[in-house]
Write a protein that binds this ligand. Structure first.
Ligand SMILES: [Zn+2]
Ligand SMILES: [Zn+2]
Ligand SMILES: [Zn+2]
Length: 224
């Protein structure tokens, strides 16, 4: 029996949305070996850990839900003839694949397209041609805002925690209907995602408008 010792991994980075491909050698893994894989943007996109008896765990941050997913699998599923799908268990959509190179490349072609179709429901702008980068940023910002709401880190200084959100073609507006405070997050540049990650929480200022964009860092209000 011929066993393949090389496999290809293709996955969508949860931080920048770009597809990443790597070749994995079986010999790179000994017992209890942990390998981290990083995107060209610097973000971790996968951790593979090998255990006894050819069992591996694969952990990958998810572009759809912002959390990590885990699967436990056998060596033969990673270095085998069949393709292994890495998906979002929450949304039921694929994020990546592991397997023979050509099959992985073919399967990965549809991933960005599916993402755009999914995110399209959010933006709901029929005038606009679905464009991956824009959809990705809007989706990622909304997902980050959702996490902040869950943790009680999004609100207004007037005490209102229930902000209205409006998605516009180039920006997302947060509106406090109690005091008319407004927060504007520009969604034309991926850098905005790093800025939001660095903020931790967002607090609107009573009766003020604040702007958040990558070129105008001095203007955003940072509250911890
Ligand atoms: Zn990336
Ligand atoms: Zn997910
Ligand atoms: Zn307010």
């Amino acid at each position: 029996m011929i066993v393949s010792t090389i496999t290809t991994l293709g996955i969508q980075c949860s931080k920048c949305g770009e597809m990443q491909f790597r070749t994995l050698s079986m010999f790179g893994f000994s017992h209890f070996n942990k390998e981290n894989y990083y995107c060209s943007c610097g973000a971790l996109f996968m951790t593979i850990t090998s255990f006894e008896r050819g069992v591996y765990s694969i952990e990958y941050p998810c572009i759809y839900c912002g959390d990590s997913h885990y699967i436990a699998t056998k060596r033969g599923k990673i270095w085998g003839e069949n393709i292994l799908q890495l998906g979002c268990s929450d949304k039921g959509l694929p994020i990546g694949y592991i397997g023979p190179r050509q099959q992985v490349i073919n399967c990965c072609r549809g991933i960005k397209k599916e993402f755009v179709q999914f995110a399209y429901q959010l933006v709901n702008d029929e005038e606009k041609e679905p464009e991956f980068d824009i959809f990705f940023i809007v989706y990622a910002v909304m997902e980050k805002l959702g996490k902040m709401v869950e943790r009680g880190q999004l609100g207004c200084r007037c005490g209102n925690k229930n902000l209205a959100v409006e998605i516009l073609p180039d920006r997302i507006e947060l509106i406090c209907e109690a005091c008319r405070a407004v927060g504007i997050i520009y969604t034309d540049n991926k850098e905005i995602l790093h800025i939001i990650d660095g903020m931790g929480s967002i607090s609107l200022e009573e009766n003020m408008t604040w702007l958040l964009n990558d070129s105008d860092k001095g203007h955003h209000l940072l509250k911890k």
